[in-house]
Design a protein around this ligand. Structure first.
Ligand code: SF4
Ligand code: SF4
Length: 445
C-alpha cells in the first residue's frame, strides 16, 4: 500500500473510529484499541484465531505478482494443486466465471491422464501437498479420469490429503457417493437456494438426487467426508433470512457456505442487471442487506460458514496486527506454491481459465520457466491500496481489468463493507454509517 491511508469510520451516533487496514489497527479518538477493549466478546466468535492463529493467517509472506519484482513464478513442490479436468459443463449458469474461457479450454483424453500420472514424479514433488482440488467445468463429467487420478494422488501426497471438489450435484450416483466416502472427499455443492433459477434445473427437485445429497449430509455428520452447499450471492437470493431458511427447512443440519458475491468475469455478466451488474442504488441496498443479515433478527448470515470465517479472519487481522505486506490475493493463486494445471501438464493462471496466451503460464516440464503473465496483485492496484475493505476482499480476482474489474470491485465493495460494518457492530455495538478518507474507487459506468 503506497501511502497506507487511515480511514475514519463515522458511526450513527457521531462517534468516529479510525481504521488502518495496512497495519490492522482500529482505534477510537482517544487512541484506545477497540479490539483490546472487547477481548472476551471476540474470543467467543474468534476462537480459531485465538488458539491457532498461524493456521489461519495464511503464512508470513507474499510475493506479489509484478512484472519486474516477481513475475509470477511457481515452485515444484506445491502446497495446493488444482487440476483442471476440462471446462465442459452440463449447466449454463448466467453468471458463470468460466464461460468466456471455454473456447480456449484444454481438451484431454484418457491417454493424457496416463501420461500425467506417469510423469508426475519427475514434474512435481507432492510430498508437502495438503490439498488437491479437482475442477471442471462440472468435474463429475470427468468421472473416469477422477477415478484414475485419486488413488495415485493419495499415494504421492499422503493419507491426510484433502481432496476438494465443487460440483453442481446433478450427476451424483450411488457409486460416486460411495467413492467420495471411501476417499474422504470435501464436496461443495453449488446451490443458490431461492436464486437457483439463474443456474438451470435444480437437482434437488429430483427425488433420487435429493436422496443422494441427504446421504452426503449424513456422511458429513459422521465425519466420513466433508459436505456443504456453496452459495453465490446475487440479487435473486439477497433476502438472507429467506435464503438461509430455504436451506434450513430442507436440511436442518447441513453446512451452508458461500463462495461470495457474484463477480463479473466477462462483459456479458458485467452488463447483466440480473447477475453481475450491481447499479449504484443497489450497491448501497446490498451493503445494508449484508449488514442486517449479520446483526439483525435471526442473524441469518452468521449461519453461513464463509461469512463467519470472513468476520473471524478480520478479527484475527486486528488481534495479530496483520500487516498488508503479508496479505495474499483473495484466491491465493498469487502464491508460488498454489498451482493450477491441466492434464497435459500446462500451468495456467488458475483453474477457471483456458489456454489463451495470457493465461497459459508455461509447462510442468519446465516449471522454472513458468510465469503468470495475466495478473496483477492487489498491492499494485491504486484502488485496492486505498480501500478500507482490502483485508476482507483481498483485491478480488487478480486477472480482471477494465469494466470487468470495475464492476467486480463495486460488487465486492458493497459486500465487504456490509461485512466490515457488521463485524464492527459485533465488536463495538455501534453502527458505522459512513467511511471517510482517501478512498479511490474505479469509475462506475
Ligand atoms: S473492493 Fe475493490 S478496491 Fe477494495 S480490495 Fe476489493 S477489488 Fe480492491
Ligand atoms: S484468479 Fe482467483 S479469483 Fe480469479 S478466477 Fe482464478 S481462482 Fe477465481
Amino acid at each position: 500500500m503506497a501511502d497506507n491511508p487511515t480511514f475514519t469510520l463515522v458511526c450513527e451516533d457521531g462517534e468516529e473510529f479510525f481504521y488502518n487496514p495496512y497495519e490492522s489497527t482500529l482505534e477510537n479518538k482517544d487512541g484506545q484499541n477497540l479490539y483490546e477493549k472487547n477481548p472476551i466478546g471476540i474470543e467467543k466468535i474468534n476462537d480459531m484465531y485465538v488458539y491457532s492463529p498461524k493456521d489461519y493467517n495464511h503464512g508470513y509472506k507474499v510475493n506479489p505478482i509484478h512484472p519486474l519484482f516477481n513475475p509470477g513464478k511457481k515452485v515444484k513442490n506445491p502446497g495446493r494443486l488444482k487440476i483442471q479436468l476440462g471446462l465442459k459443463c452440463n449447466y449454463k449458469c448466467e453468471y458463470c466465471s468460466q464461460a468466456s474461457f471455454v473456447p480456449a479450454a484444454s481438451v484431454t483424453d484418457q491417454e493424457d491422464v496416463d501420461e500425467f500420472i506417469e510423469k508426475l514424479d519427475s514434474r512435481l514433488d507432492l510430498s508437502s501437498c495438503s490439498t488437491v482440488e479437482l475442477w471442471g467445468g462440472e468435474p463429475l463429467l470427468y468421472w473416469k479420469k477422477i477415478k484414475k487420478l485419486v488413488p495415485v494422488l493419495k499415494e504421492k501426497c499422503g493419507e491426510d490429503l484433502e481432496i476438494v471438489m465443487v460440483t453442481n450435484g446433478s450427476l451424483l450416483t450411488q457409486e460416486k457417493v460411495d467413492y467420495f466416502k471411501e476417499h474422504k472427499f470435501h464436496i461443495a455443492m453449488s446451490h443458490d437456494g431461492p436464486g437457483y433459477h439463474l443456474r438451470g434445473p435444480d437437482p434437488l427437485d429430483n427425488p433420487k438426487k435429493l436422496a443422494l445429497v441427504n446421504q452426503l449430509i449424513s456422511a458429513d455428520k459422521n465425519q466420513e467426508l466433508g459436505f456443504a452447499f456453496s452459495i453465490v450471492w446475487t440479487k435473486e437470493n439477497d433476502n438472507f433470512n429467506q435464503t438461509v431458511k430455504w436451506f434450513r427447512d430442507r436440511f436442518p443440519d447441513v453446512n451452508i457456505n458461500c463462495e461470495g458475491v457474484v463477480e463479473a468475469y466477462d462483459l456479458k455478466t458485467a452488463l447483466n442487471e440480473k447477475t453481475g451488474k450491481f447499479n449504484e442504488d443497489y450497491i448501497n441496498e446490498f451493503r445494508e442487506k449484508v449488514y442486517n443479515g449479520i446483526v439483525e433478527d435471526t442473524q441469518p448470515l452468521l449461519q453461513v460458514v464463509g461469512i463467519v470465517e470472513k468476520i473471524n479472519e478480520w478479527f484475527g487481522t486486528l488481534l495479530y496486527k496483520k500487516n498488508g505486506s503479508i496479505l495474499p490475493q483473495k484466491c491465493g493463486m498469487d502464491q508460488d506454491d498454489d498451482i493450477a494445471v491441466d492434464l497435459k501438464g500446462n500451468v495456467m493462471t488458475c483453474q477457471n481459465v483456458g489456454l489463451e496466451n495470457k493465461h497459459h503460464a508455461g509447462h510442468l516440464d519446465a516449471i522454472e520457466d513458468v510465469r503468470i503473465k495475466s495478473s496483477r496483485h492487489w498491492s499494485w492496484r491504486n484502488e485496492c491500496t486505498h480501500c478500507p475493505v482490502v483485508q476482507l476482499c483481498k483485491g478480488s480476482c487478480m486477472f480482471l481489468t477494465g469494466k470487468e474489474f470495475a464492476q467486480t470491485c463495486w460488487n465486492e465493495y458493497a459486500y465487504n463493507t456490509g461485512i466490515l460494518f457488521g463485524a464492527i457492530k459485533l465488536l463495538t455495538g455501534k453502527k458505522v454509517v459512513k467511511i471517510a478518507g482517501d478512498i479511490r474507487r474505479p469509475a462506475y459506468e
